[in-house]
Design a protein around this ligand. Structure first.
Ligand code: GH3
Ligand code: MG
Ligand code: MG
Length: 332
């Protein structure tokens, strides 16, 4: 399932097609390595370009017009679009602009066109295209331009990944979790929907480092990330919030259902010790759960979940606590 469609969030972590490897999560439904959408109302060009690209080893989806291209692009998140400029209905420039507007990191667009004037090329590049191929063209040039665009995209994706992922666990980093949290809260307020936050904090983690060393501590953190990731739903957003603290955003989830997820996570962490070389390291974690109330700001929801977590620690750890407004004072 597409996480973006489910949650309305920028593409979320729980997407097996994401390039990041969260070890332990089956990758059977990974997207094809490279997917290109070819949109041209001329059937001959469409078939020719699609055939050349398939021969060069990429997966291709062909679209007969601009609207179809956008539907496919939204559903399949291609790595590249090759779009004819002149098409009935939505033309190539419209498609390109819509693609740019739909995502902070849109796929590159290459135009195919019979227009050869400088003005036409400039208009195409200004619409956001990365390249411009004039008809008629040869197979070698088309494939080389596609390779070049995909190389640039791969480099950009690498930078995006570095900026948004926690290096140790592969989960979203704190900055990215904050972006998702703001988006989830404003979406929930706008549509009158629920959203819950879960804060998961490993109990007495410092002792694990002290007893077994930091490398073992790191392996525990990686395994905790894997287990949390595997225990939640595709629409949930999971990040490493701090050292041994994880945050989950559960869209459209009321506090009781969120508490059930929280307790499931608590159980999968405590049930089985973490294997690290010859060691078997027993762990537990405490969980704080809070639900968005009308008028609540994102910072207040964080704080509510944090207060509930604090109470879980105070009450003896290895437990899940719900935010209680009567017990947990959240500052205005
Ligand atoms: P509590 O049950 O109250 O949560 O106790 P705790 O020991 O888990 O919490 P505390 O905040 O006292 O200690 C957290 C420790 O986590 C301290 C820090 O050295 C360790 N830590 C933070 N980041 C990393 C990391 O990336 N790798 C390792 N190995 N340890 C880390
Ligand atoms: Mg801790
Ligand atoms: Mg902590």
């Amino acid at each position: 399932m597409n996480a973006e469609a489910a949650s309305g969030l920028p593409s979320a972590i729980k997407n097996p097609g994401d390039a990041v490897d969260i070890a332990g999560v089956p990758d059977s439904d990974k997207l094809p390595l490279v997917l290109v959408v070819v949109a041209d109302d001329d059937g001959v060009t469409r078939a020719m370009v699609s055939g050349w690209l398939r021969d060069s080893g990429v997966d291709v989806v062909a679209a007969r017009d601009g609207d179809e291209a956008l539907v496919v692009a939204t559903a399949q998140k291609p790595d590249l679009l090759i779009v004819d400029v002149t098409m009935p209905g939505r033309d190539g420039h419209d498609v390109c602009r819509a693609i740019q507007a739909a995502s902070a990191v849109p796929p590159p667009v290459i135009f195919l066109t019979a227009h050869t004037t400088t003005t036409a090329r400039v208009a195409g590049l200004d619409a956001g295209a990365v390249d411009y191929i004039v008809k008629p063209f040869e197979q070698a040039e088309l494939v080389a331009r596609v390779r070049a665009a995909l190389r640039t995209k791969a480099a950009r994706d690498g930078f995006v990944e570095q900026a948004t992922r926690d290096r140790l666990t592969g989960l979203l980093n704190r900055r990215e979790i904050d972006v998702h949290a703001e988006a989830a809260v404003s979406l929930a307020h706008r549509h009158g929907r629920s959203v819950s936050f879960l804060m998961v904090d490993i109990d007495y983690f410092k002792r694990i480092n002290d007893r077994y060393g930091d490398a073992a501590g790191d392996e525990v953190l990686r395994e905790v990330a894997r287990r949390i990731f595997a225990a939640c739903r595709a629409s949930d957003v999971v990040g490493r919030y701090g050292g041994e603290e994880f945050l989950l955003i559960l869209p459209e989830t009321l506090v009781d259902a969120a508490a059930t997820t929280g307790d499931k996570i608590r159980r999968v962490l405590s049930e089985e010790p973490v294997k690290c070389d010859d060691l078997r390291i027993a762990i537990t974690a405490s969980v704080g759960v809070a639900e968005l109330n009308p008028g609540m700001r994102t910072a207040e929801l964080y704080e509510a979940a944090d207060r509930a977590l604090y109470r879980a620690k105070e009450l003896g750890r290895n437990r899940t606590e719900l935010h209680r407004p009567d017990l947990d004072l959240v500052s205005d």
